[in-house]
Ligand binder design. Structure first.
Ligand SMILES: Nc1ncnc2c1ncn2[C@@H]1O[C@H](COP(=O)(O)OP(=O)(O)OP(=O)(O)O)[C@@H](O)[C@H]1O
Ligand SMILES: [Mg+2]
Length: 389
């Protein structure tokens, strides 16, 4: 296993001549450290640069700029084999005339392992992946999910790899097995402490599998964080919108000295926070999660204060465990989660976004609530602000 560092690494297909404009970077220059033994998910929509980033780490691609270090050693110019990376792809890669055993043994024999050690190790991995009963069968005759398990096994069988990289490995697997295999991978990570980087565009897959999730969009790494941090404190509006179902609500807002105005709604807010937001950018948005607001079917005397705002009901969906309301509010439309038994009494309900759970964004970036939060480096492994073109 190795600690993997990317230092100002950027990639433009077609080389440096193409890298001048922002849109030509398939991966915008970024700096980030991947912990030894960590379980990471690389999450983002199609075309955002996930595979590009993975292939830069494995050595299938050489970066247009920047350096890649494994345990402090510069390996930027080395190919995949010398980097000692195992990679698992979307579709099974195996020798279909060989038995399952020989497929799993191949990466070990290839590296000169003794036969007895090969047998022990293949046995362990086959056990982990529930392939033990199939070891003598030929790979060819097995169903696609078993074949993909063999591919996974070939990635996991070596004990000496710097990392195992998986590029949407469960695409060919049916939903139920997918869930089982994902759990299996998590278990394998816990047992073997192997560094895993797992590419997916499915947030559920990313959030259930990974200790840390790397969220990308348009070739840029926007945030690296635990599932909880991404949910509670998205550092970019894209992260707020992409994580959660429905995602975070955003309302364009105008900043006053002590309040923020969204359409006809005014919310009192901390003056220093507002001042920092004003200094940080020109376009501002207020954000809150659907579960970060209280909702009442009708105003009651004790709560009819300024904090409660009328909101027009646009849709109402009972979900069993809770209800979802789409509400016209603050010059826009927001989703709010209410109790399962909640019923709107008419066209309007009364809404109160929880003051402690509001977020402010300036030009899409989160504005920290307090100066102390702002003085802490945003995240040890976020890309360097100055590195973007
Ligand atoms: N070989 C290539 N030559 C030129 N452009 C490429 C090449 N491979 C990828 N790209 C472009 O680079 C960008 C990033 O692509 P990449 O394959 O890394 O995205 P991705 O996040 O893996 O997408 P997906 O979820 O669809 O697999 C895209 O705009 C893509 O069109
Ligand atoms: Mg891809």
């Amino acid at each position: 296993m190795a600690r993997i560092e990317l230092v100002n690494v950027g990639h433009a297909y077609g080389g440096a001549a193409n890298a001048g404009t922002e849109t030509r970077w398939a991966l915008r220059p970024m700096t980030m450290t991947w912990r030894d033994g960590g379980a990471y998910a690389l999450l983002g929509p199609s075309g955002c640069g996930k595979t590009t980033l993975l292939n830069l780490i494995s050595g299938l691609l050489t970066p247009t700029q920047g350096r890649i270090l494994f345990d402090g050693k510069d390996i930027t110019q080395l190919g995949p084999r010398e980097r000692n990376i195992a990679q698992v792809f979307q579709f099974p890669v195996l020798y279909d005339t060989m038995t399952v055993f020989d497929n799993l043994a191949f990466p070990l024999r290839n590296r000169g392992w003794k036969e007895a050690a090969v047998r022990t190790r293949v046995g362990e991995v086959a056990e982990l992946l529930d392939l033990a009963a199939d070891l003598k069968r030929r790979a060819r005759g097995l169903p696609p999910d078993a074949q993909q398990k063999i591919s996974l096994g070939r990635g996991l069988v070596r004990t000496d790899v710097a990392a195992v990289l998986l590029d949407e490995p469960l695409t060919v697997i049916d939903p139920h097995l997918k869930w089982l295999l994902r759990r299996k991978l998590k278990q394998i990570h816990q047992q073997l402490k192997v560094s895993l980087i797992y590419v997916t565009h499915d947030q559920v897959e990313a959030l259930t599998f990974a200790e840390e999730v790397v969220v990308m969009n348009h070739g840029e790494v926007l945030q690296v964080g635990t599932p909880q941090a991404l949910y509670e404190a998205p550092e970019h509006t894209f992260v707020g919108h992409f994580i959660g179902s429905p995602g975070m609500n955003f309302l364009p807002c105008k900043l006053g000295a002590n309040e923020a105005r969204m359409g006809d709604v005014t919310l009192p807010m901390d003056a220093e926070w507002l001042a920092r937001a004003a200094a940080a950018g020109t376009e501002h948005q207020l954000g809150f999660r659907p579960d970060a607001a209280e909702v009442l079917a009708a105003p009651v005397a004790s709560t009819a204060g300024a904090a409660w705002q009328p909101a027009r009901v646009q849709s109402f969906q009972p979900m069993g465990t809770h209800s979802l309301l789409q509400l016209g509010f603050g010059g826009g439309s927001v989703w709010v989660r209410a109790a399962a038994a909640f019923q709107p009494a008419g066209d309007y309900v009364w809404l109160r976004p929880l003051p402690g759970k509001l977020a402010l964004f300036a030009d899409q970036r989160l504005v920290p609530r307090s100066a102390t939060e702002a003085s802490i480096a945003p995240h040890a492994s976020t890309p360097e602000a100055g590195a973007a073109p």
